[in-house]
Design a protein around this ligand. Structure first.
Ligand code: AGP
Length: 612
């Protein structure tokens, strides 16, 4: 959740740390802090509550020359957002500085045992600085001290620590599955950060620190060791990412940019996987053969939030094309209900970040049961990709807005392609049906583009409903997960209370809420359940509820019934979710901007959720 960064090298550390924090801010933004280390034992430290801009204003004109630095942008877990709880956290003598992401579960016990003076914060982090200072004072080396402290501090977290008496040295650790640490390898400089975005302006040579590994970082080199202190050989990987992708360009918000990137994003997903001759090749993420595919008896799809909604669409595809019984699980629930799994259960996990702690825990559960695993991810090298047997990378560039948009389309499309591919391997899908689906999918960039061309119409509808306080989203079949997603998007960015329901469920409770103040968005393309959706719409109208209906292009049968109509471009009905989710993203975006909400950094949320 929090973003952490460290730099050591020959360039001034201050601006590098602040720029890195700007790129990590989407991970948490209730407070921020910086520590800078020069050729002296004291170090400069500043904290500020609120967005990163508050810190930038506070430090303006005061940053000292420095050869190393630490930075932190916070999503509070222990202690309210406040200067005293912002990181870096220090020991009472101000010798050790620590930035930390994740949770120290036994911090209260450790506080009682290792306090070297009064604690200034309510964080679980501060005790790490006290513990390290105690060990350093007894003559222990910083790396050994971090290893020893990590062995005692339970939980899943990552940290970077600096001893002011050896200011050019950073020691980073990753413990458990929460929050990654990536080392960026440069020329006479090195960095470590929670994720790639902060490193991209400086280097594309990176090393992913695995759970249980430690990095001892100096400007001229990095040493990696395991928990026992044994040296590890880790070779830098070269990243394909374009740093330009992480800037807003002409858009007002990243969410807007990422919504409008979607026609290109679906093309990027299909490149090298969907072929105009009518076949798919998903072998880049499926390291198994046809004999293996025929032995799968069941598919379990896991994810959280938007990724779980994609999984719900994927279940339809998996059953329809691969003819494998498929289930969807909320990853956080899956792990605690002792699921029945075996080596013929294919577990497919979806996580754009690849670091979501609940999804990782579900994957661990599947690994223990010997399940083959495929993961869908947008972050090369992320932890989910290291656990799964195969990875289907989205390849849609970084998604910076907290609200997921383009990664939802990417994951739905990869699930579509994967289902077709498994269908072929298993012999459950004939080549004609595969070719039809490939041809239909190749229409997606055009169709999604057409939705975006009509964004002005959605903006006008958003202005009309921007001040309501409750919203209902209804859909059936493939429209149901999209209804859930529409409600989630609206909640996230506009703070309007919204509920997504399977339309058939409406009469079993939600209908009691409907009156003229609670509009309903009905997903009603011309498909096999259209007549049923129409009945639901009539039932809402009969209770004076306003209806925004999303219908197939040219369908006027709801004119005069629905208050507002959004026409969806023509596409194969199986692919309808790709065009119906986009107006809902736009609706949420425009309502949020109309209400003056902070679209890219909604309150209380973080892009990557690494705590339970
Ligand atoms: C989506 O808009 C949300 N920000 C959130 O629900 C998100 O989808 C969820 O946290 C899962 O993230 P992941 O894809 O990185 O696992």
């Amino acid at each position: 959740m929090c973003g952490i960064i460290g730099y050591t090298g020959r360039r001034p550390a201050g601006p590098i740390i602040l720029d890195g924090l700007r790129r990590l801010e989407y991970r948490g933004y209730d407070s921020a802090g910086i520590a800078l280390f020069g050729d002296h034992q004291d170090f400069y430290v500043a904290h500020a509550t609120g967005k990163l801009d508050a810190l930038i204003q506070r430090v303006e004109g005061t940053l000292p020359p420095a050869i190393a630095g630490l930075g932190h942008t916070r999503w509070a877990t222990h202690g309210e957002p406040a200067d005293r709880n912002a990181h870096p956290q220090l020991d009472p003598d101000g010798r050790i500085a620590v930035v930390h992401n994740g949770i120290i579960e036994n911090f209260e016990v450790l506080r009682r045992k290792y306090a070297r003076g009064p604690f200034r914060s309510e964080t679980d982090t501060e005790v790490l600085a006290h513990m390290l200072a105690g060990r350093i004072e007894r003559g222990e080396d910083l790396l050994d001290a971090v290893r020893a402290v990590a062995a005692e501090a339970t939980g899943a977290y990552s940290l970077i620590a600096v001893d002011a008496t050896d200011p050019g040295r950073l020691v980073a650790a990753r413990i458990g599955n929460a929050g990654g640490i990536v080392v960026g390898v440069g020329e006479h400089e090195n960095l470590a950060a929670s994720d790639l975005n902060a490193l991209l302006p400086h280097t594309r040579q990176v090393v992913f620190v695995e759970p249980g590994e430690f990095a001892d970082i100096r400007a001229e080199g990095v040493r990696y060791v395991d928990a026992a202190g044994q040296d590890l050989v880790k070779t830098p990987e070269t990243l394909p990412y374009d740093p330009v992708a992480a800037v807003k360009g002409p858009y007002k918000h990243f969410m807007q940019k990422e919504i409008f990137e979607q026609p290109g994003a679906v093309l990027d997903v299909m490149r090298g996987r969907y072929f105009p001759d009518g076949h798919v090749d998903m072998s880049d993420g499926v390291p198994f053969d046809a004999a293996w595919a025929r032995q799968i008896t069941r598919v379990v799809l896991v994810g959280m939030g938007t990724s779980m909604h994609s999984a719900m669409i994927g279940r339809h595809y998996m059953e329809r094309f691969a003819r494998i019984p498929a289930e969807v699980d909320n990853a956080a629930e899956f792990r605690y209900r002792r699921p029945v799994l075996d080596k013929h259960t294919l577990v497919i996990s979806i996580a754009q970040s690849g670091e979501t702690v609940d999804t990782l825990a579900a994957m661990d559960e599947a690994r223990r049961a010997g399940c083959p695993q495929i993961t869908i991810c947008n972050t090369p090298g992320a932890q989910t990709t290291r656990v799964a047997d195969g990875t289907l990378l989205m390849r849609v560039g970084p998604e910076i807005a907290v609200a997921s948009t383009k990664t939802m389309l990417a994951s739905m499309l990869l699930l579509h392609g994967l289902s077709l591919y498994l269908g072929r391997l298993r012999g459950t899908l004939d080549p004609t049906a595969e070719a039809e689906q490939v041809r239909a999918a190749l229409q997606l960039p055009r169709a999604v583009g057409e939705v975006l061309e009509a964004a002005g119409h959605v903006e006008a509808i958003a202005a009309k409903y921007a001040q309501v306080e409750d919203f209902l989203f209804l859909g059936r079949g493939l429209g149901f997960p999209i209804a859930l997603e529409g409600a989630l998007k609206l909640k996230e960015v506009s703070y309007i209370h919204a509920e997504g329901y399977a339309a058939g469920e409406m009469k079993h409770g939600p209908i009691a809420l409907i009156d003229e103040r609670m509009p309903t968005l009905a997903i009603a393309p011309r498909d096999e359940v259209f007549d049923k959706m129409r009945s639901n719409i009539e039932q809402v109208r009969a209770r004076r509820g306003e209806v925004i209906a999303m219908v197939s292009q040219g369908d006027h049968s709801l004119d005069g019934i629905a208050s507002d109509i959004i026409e969806l471009p023509e596409i194969d009905p199986i692919l309808a979710p790709f065009v119906s989710v986009v107006p809902l993203q736009l609706l949420a975006y425009y309502i949020a901007t109309e209400r003056g909400a902070d679209v890219d950094q909604p309150r209380n949320l973080a892009k990557t959720v690494v705590v339970e």
